[in-house]
Design a binder for this molecule. Structure first.
Ligand code: PAF
Length: 282
């Protein structure tokens, strides 16, 4: 049975009994993508270990004018998914529990990797993400934590934080889950009208087009993706970026065996969506 902790004290009491702890931090509005992270996490610690999921919409990672107020909050449905996936503990604290003194004075400085891509459009976002992840790690004390590749830059930054600050948590990335038409599962997909939903599928089509052309070089792959994106007037493109797997520069004609990543962000109506895929250069 899934037990629910609303406070730090309740969480500490529930985690007293031993066993390895696998942790999946979320902002709730859970969907199949989150469920797959839970399965990966369970696989990391087995039946003997404890699986902890946090549900917390973190105000610190939302900028002014972003969707903090309208972000979906669906606790009851979330708990049903957690129960179904065999989660041992759900930690669902209020804002005062996580930030008892208001905004924290000490935060995690995410460094240069947070200034590109998402960070360029959403200043302060990754400071908020890493700060809450660090706090949640402090509260849950996991052995392993699972993050989705859907938020690829976030995953890269969490890995970097754990390495640079010697946090001693194993970070595992899990593949993006998609709708049959390729749309990456996201809590924000709920904002989309039926018409916007069809437009949103263009993002993954563009990334696939790049994957198919990358054998001809990075400029050809970029052009293939751009062609798909530009053919859809309902998309307001923020960025399309072809990078190395660790989000560094990718030469136009990389060495065979190089692992790349293509990342995209665009607005469909008022909803901002992101997606990314692997680029395998052989
Ligand atoms: O990916 C998310 O849902 C959030 O950014 C996270 C990692 C739970 C931190 O609030």
């Amino acid at each position: 049975m899934t037990e629910v902790a609303g406070t730090r004290a309740e969480l500490a009491a529930l985690l007293k009994s031993g066993g390895r702890v696998a942790f999946v931090p979320t902002m709730g509005a859970l969907h199949e993508g989150h469920a797959s992270l839970m399965r990966v996490a369970r696989g990391q610690v087995g039946g003997e270990g404890r699986l902890v999921v946090s549900i917390f919409v973190n105000p610190l990672q939302f900028g002014a004018g972003e969707d903090l107020d309208r972000y979906p909050r669906t606790l009851e449905a979330d708990l049903a998914i957690a129960e179904r996936e065999g989660v041992d503990v759900v930690f669902a604290p209020g804002v005062d529990e996580v930030y008892p003194g208001g905004d924290p004075q000490v935060t995690v400085e995410p460094g240069p990797l947070a200034e590109i891509l998402e960070g360029a459009t959403r200043p302060g976002h990754f400071r908020g993400v890493l700060t809450v992840v660090a706090k949640l790690f402090g509260l849950v004390r996991p052995d392993v934590a699972v993050f989705g590749e859907k938020d690829y830059q976030q995953l890269a930054l969490v890995r970097r934080m754990v390495a640079d600050l010697c946090m001693g948590v194993e970070v595992v990335g899990a593949p993006t889950r998609r709708e049959p038409d390729g749309l990456a599962l996201s809590s924000r997909n709920r904002y989309l009208s039926e018409q916007e939903r069809a437009v949103a599928a263009t993002l993954s089509r563009a990334l696939r087009a790049a994957q198919e052309r990358v054998a001809y070089g990075v400029p050809a792959a970029r052009w293939a993706a751009m062609r798909v994106l530009q053919a859809e007037p309902g998309l307001d493109l923020d960025y399309l970026a072809l990078r190395s797997a660790d989000l560094g520069e990718l030469p136009d004609y990389p060495e065979p065996g190089t692992e790349g990543r293509i990342l995209v962000a665009a607005k469909v109506g008022t909803t901002r969506l992101i997606d990314n895929m692997e680029l395998v250069i052989d």
